[in-house]
Structure formats: structure tokens, C-alpha cells
Design a protein around this ligand. Structure first.
Ligand code: PLP
Length: 353
């Protein structure tokens, strides 16, 4: 039966291979996969179950509801699940009911948690997003009340840019604040931080995007294995005469006669609209240019010279078109591309645990 819609194939064996690479790089530090946003669109449950089978025991999500869903999926496995959002007012009961550990981010959250059990504490070392200031952290260390901080955490703002001076600044501040909580384990590195080297690894690393094949430093990383393959079938093939335009706004005008394949994927499938004109597709053994604008449900691809029939599949991301290159063509990040293509396309998984 011919496929009628975009198809996203998620290779869990590739996620496992990336996990092993990161774990080896992290040396003695624990590798705790980040599976927020439905595992960056790649399936939080499938990813976590597969990585549990590889030996991962600690997982991170962003939202409370993500944590509750992951706990249900993991069943009676003794996994540690941490929630980056921490403990907003009124959340303590639900966190406790699902045995979730909040990453407490502010004095208000510390009060809302009220020593309801073990927790992680985020300290802001320069990103100015979440976490206690260094002064607040020092006050807390001096008077912890009933709070039991098992893990001290901070997040790098520029881990994707190895040469950025803020990395070293954050490392120095984190090292200093860590001395205030000597009983707590420490975690600083996301994917980019793992690749920055052992100084950044501490007791635990928290990679996300590189598990899913995204380069840690804003570009393709050949040591990582591609995870996502996005393909869509051709719905119609048409000959475009010289001088005719293709698509909305008549942006593209054919300078020579050409053959266009109209493919059933568009920005509603998460294929970024900005992918044209710089992006490409892979068909019949060659990279092909996109013609005109990406529309909501369709893309036109130049397949001049190729044999093609309606129903043939065109690769939009995959072994021949890396995620990072596709993202770069759209002036987007690999993160954004991944979470968007996870939506409307039919997802199927290879290598489930
Ligand atoms: C999303 C996130 C991560 C994972 O980041 P990647 O760059 O995807 O590896 C780690 N830590 C925190 C606090 C995050 O928000």
C-alpha cells in the first residue's frame, strides 16, 4: 500500500549508540538522558525504555505532566525522574505521588516543596534563566532548614560555542558554589558540556539533543548516529515550462524546463517553512533543490532527470541529509527541527526495548 503522508522513522538503536558514546565521553560521571518535549519529538517513552535497557537510571523532563506520563510508562522500574520546572505552588503533592524529584529554582519553590523529600537545586551561574542567585545559594547553605539537596545543578548558556568565555566563567562559579553543598552531587553539562571535556562533567551529565543525533556545537558531529528520517511520498509530478513559476508568491521562476515532484509534507508537518530556498531533498541518489516556498501541506522538489512515480518516497531528513544541515538551511537549530517534525507525521520506531 503506498504511503499517503509524511513518515518519521526513529531509530532507537541510534539513540542507544549516541547514549553509549556520550557515556564513554563522560567517563565516571552518570549520564542522565533528557527526554523533555516528548523526547525532542522522538518519543519520550520509547527513548526512556530503550535507554533503561542500556543502563540509564536517571531521566530529566521539563514539565510535571511529562514526569507523570514517564513514570507511568516506566512502571515499576526504579528510575529517578527529575523535573526541570521544579515545584510551582501546589505541585508538591503531585510530584510526591509520582515519585518525581523537583529541580528547585527559587525561594518560592523551596517553600512550596517544604522539605517534602529529596530534591535537586538549580543555581544560576550566568544564564539568567532559572535558579537561585549565588547569594541566595550561600544564604540557603547557611540555613538549609529541612531541605535535603541531593543534587546541585546549573545550566550552560553557551555550551554550543566551545570558545565562548561564559563557559569558563560559569564553570568557575559552579565550582565555587559546589563547595557550599559538599554533600550534594553536581551536574553542569548538557550535550555541549559533555563535549567541552572532563572539567565540565562533575558527577552527572544531562545530554538531550545529541542523543537524538543533533551536533552539540551547532553543526554536524560525525561521531553521532542519525536518529530521525523524515520521508514523504510524491503526490503528483508535473512538467514546469521555462518561464513559469512554482508555488505561492511566484518566488521561484523556472529558467529552463524542469520536472517537479509535489511532496506531501509541509510546515504543518513540522517541516520548517524557512527551509526553502536553501534546503534540499534527497531523491533517486541525488540531492535536489526545493522549488518555491514550503506550503502548509506540500513542497515542490526539482527532480529533473529522474525517473519517478506518484507514491515514491522523498527523503527530507535522514542518512543523506543531516539534521544539522537541514536545520542550518532553515536558519533554525536542530532542537527546533526535531520537536516540530515529531508532531503530525506518522512516527514509527525501530529497535524498541
Ligand atoms: C534541555 C536541557 C538540557 C539538555 O540540553 P541539550 O542541549 O539538549 O543537551 C540539560 N539541562 C537543562 C537544564 C535543560 O533545560
Amino acid at each position: 500500500m503506498p504511503a499517503d503522508a509524511a513518515r518519521l522513522t526513529i531509530d532507537l538503536d541510534a539513540i542507544a549508540a549516541n547514549y553509549r558514546l556520550l557515556r564513554d565521553m563522560a567517563g565516571g560521571a552518570e549520564t542522565a538522558p533528557v527526554v523533555k518535549a516528548d523526547g525532542y519529538g522522538m518519543g519520550a517513552n520509547q527513548t526512556a525504555l530503550r535507554l533503561w535497557a542500556e543502563g540509564a537510571r536517571t531521566f530529566y523532563v521539563a514539565r510535571l505532566a511529562e514526569g507523570e506520563a514517564l513514570r507511568r510508562a516506566l512502571g515499576d522500574r526504579a528510575a529517578t525522574i527529575l523535573v526541570f520546572d521544579g515545584c510551582p505552588a501546589g505541585a508538591a503533592e503531585r510530584l510526591t505521588a509520582s515519585k518525581l524529584i523537583p529541580v528547585l529554582n527559587s525561594g518560592e519553590q523551596i517553600s512550596a516543596w517544604a522539605g517534602a523529600g529529596p530534591c535537586a537545586l538549580q543555581v544560576d551561574t550566568g544564564m539568567n534563566r532559572l535558579g537561585l542567585t549565588l547569594a541566595e545559594a550561600a544564604d540557603l547553605a547557611a540555613a538549609p532548614g529541612g531541605l535535603r539537596v541531593d543534587l546541585l545543578l546549573s545550566h550552560l548558556a553557551c555550551a554550543a560555542q566551545p570558545g565562548h568565555p561564559l563557559n569558563d566563567k560559569q564553570l568557575q562559579r559552579f565550582t565555587a558554589v559546589r563547595r557550599l553543598f559538599p554533600q550534594a552531587r553536581a551536574s553542569l553539562a548538557s550535550s555541549g558540556g559533555v563535549f567541552l571535556g572532563p572539567d565540565y562533567h562533575f558527577d552527572q551529565v544531562r545530554p538531550g539533543v545529541s542523543l537524538y543525533g543533533g551536533g552539540p556545537h551547532d553543526g554536524h558531529e560525525p561521531r553521532l548516529t542519525a536518529v530521525a528520517t523524515l520521508e514523504a511520498p510524491i503526490l503528483q509530478i508535473r512538467d514546469v515550462p521555462q518561464g513559469d513559476s512554482v508555488g505561492y508568491g511566484a518566488d521561484f521562476v523556472a529558467e529552463t524546463p524542469l520536472k517537479a515532484a509535489i511532496v506531501t509534507a509541509g510546515y504543518a508537518d513540522g517541516y520548517l517553512r524557512a527551509s526553502a530556498p536553501a534546503g534540499g531533498a534527497w531523491f533517486a541518489g541525488a540531492r535536489r533543490r526545493l522549488l518555491g516556498r514550503v506550503s502548509m501541506d506540500l513542497i515542490a522538489v526539482d527532480i529533473t532527470g529522474a525517473d519517478a512515480r506518484a507514491g515514491d518516497m522523498v527523503e527530507l531528513i535522514g542518512p543523506n541529509l543531516t539534521l544539522d544541515d537541514a536545520a542550518r538551511a532553515a536558519e533554525a537549530s536542530a532542537y527546533e527541527f526535531l520537536v516540530r517534525i515529531g508532531r503530525r507525521s506518522r512516527r514509527r520506531w525501530i529497535g524498541e526495548a
